[in-house]
Design a binder for this molecule. Structure first.
Ligand code: UFG
Length: 338
């Protein structure tokens, strides 16, 4: 029996992926320093799956701490989520972002190498497509031209891992470029729990619905889209989590670097999301039109062909499912994890 190490496994996408991996029969070890997550998420993963997941409150940039995990466990593959992820904050604190996000990948890869573990699934983002305008984005679309340090760290990590494979073709690296993960596990026990004021549309929307925030700011209604608001590819976080299970299987089977978009392939505007949310929850969402947010593109959605062909994975859940599940989580946990 071998283990899958999930770094950042107490976070939003990490916790849902742990549930999907455990339900698929994998044995999971979590390393997460809880700098942007809570231990309660780990307890809830255990309660959903009935499984005793091993947890280490370790900092992934610290090779000594990582050594302890690799010595104690027969790790076969790593799913690497740990890192900082707020676009705006990355503009204010670039050094923190470069240090944490690059050093974590470098330390992890060095320790993996010492222990002969050469399989890694990396959590990247559609943000690497930068301000390239041609949608849908395929894995061959140009990358770079990033608009903030967070995006550059994703782009640079992709480069670092590709160079590791170039130096040793026995490595297997699967890079997953996520579009907009939203929603929550249907149990309502785990979900997105941002610290402070939410940056993203869905947590803002659910916090308005639950009465924590007054109204939703809509950033721009003059984009060249069908109703003037920005278009994004929203993907249910459990679909995304299941995509990781397929990616781990692929990673264990193959060698080299494989890159996949994980999205639904469908674009929805901000107004469409608000209407779908109102319909799914029978709540009215007050909103106010604001100026465009700096760095936002008008439309971003994925070509999902490659993931369907090679990972045999497709998103199944609808926008209505995303709204219902996001709301169930928020309504049963108005203060997030306490
Ligand atoms: N939006 C609002 N009001 C809000 C928040 C967002 O109108 O309060 C709009 C945005 O302008 C955009 C859409 O809702 O049109 C989605 O915005 P999000 O902030 O939810 O998501 P982004 O597409 O901006 O960002 C996401 C991830 C980033 C990642 C990026 C590109 O959060 O980590 O996709 O892949 F870098």
């Amino acid at each position: 029996m071998f283990d899958i190490l999930v770094t950042g496994g107490a976070g939003y996408i990490g916790s849902h992926t742990c549930v999907a991996l455990l339900e698929a029969g994998f044995s999971v070890v979590i390393a997460d320093d809880l700098s942007n997550s809570k231990f309660e998420a780990v307890s809830r993963i255990r309660s959903i799956t009935g499984n005793k997941v091993t947890f280490y409150p370790y900092d992934i940039t610290d090779e000594i701490e990582l050594e302890r995990i690799f010595t104690r466990h027969a790790i076969r593959c790593v799913v690497h989520f740990a890192g900082k992820k707020a676009v705006g904050e990355s503009v204010e604190m670039p050094l923190e972002y470069y240090r944490t996000n690059l050093l974590s990948t470098i330390s992890l890869s060095r320790v993996m190498k010492r222990h002969g573990v050469k399989n890694i699934v990396f959590s990247s983002s559609a943000t690497v497509y930068g301000n390239s305008k041609k949608v849908p984005y395929s894995e061959k679309s140009p990358t770079g031209n990033c608009t903030n340090p967070y995006a550059w760290t994703k782009w640079m990590n992709e480069q670092i891992l590709s160079d590791v494979v170039r130096s040793d073709p026995d490595w297997s690296v699967v890079i997953l470029r996520y579009f907009n993960p939203v929603g929550a596990h249907t149990s309502g026990k785990i979900g997105e729990d941002p610290l402070g004021l939410p940056n993203n549309l869905f947590p803002y929307l659910t916090q308005v619905a639950v009465g924590k925030l007054e109204q939703l700011p809509i950033y721009g209604s003059d984009y060249p889209t069908k109703d003037g608001t920005g278009i994004r590819d929203y993907i249910h976080v459990m679909d995304l989590a299941e995509g990781h299970v397929s990616a781990v299987r692929k990673c264990l089977r193959d060698f080299g670097v494989q890159i996949y978009n994980l999205g639904s392939g469908k674009g929805h505007s901000v107004f469409e999301v608000i209407h779908a949310f109102e319909e799914a929850t029978a709540r009215k969402i007050p909103y106010v039109i604001c100026p465009r947010r700096e760095g936002d593109v008008s439309a971003s959605y994925a070509s999902t062909k490659k993931a369907a062909e090679e990972l045999h994975w497709k998103s199944r859940r609808t926008l209505a499912d995303m709204c219902t599940d996001a709301w169930r989580w928020q309504e049963s946990n108005p203060q997030g994890y306490c």
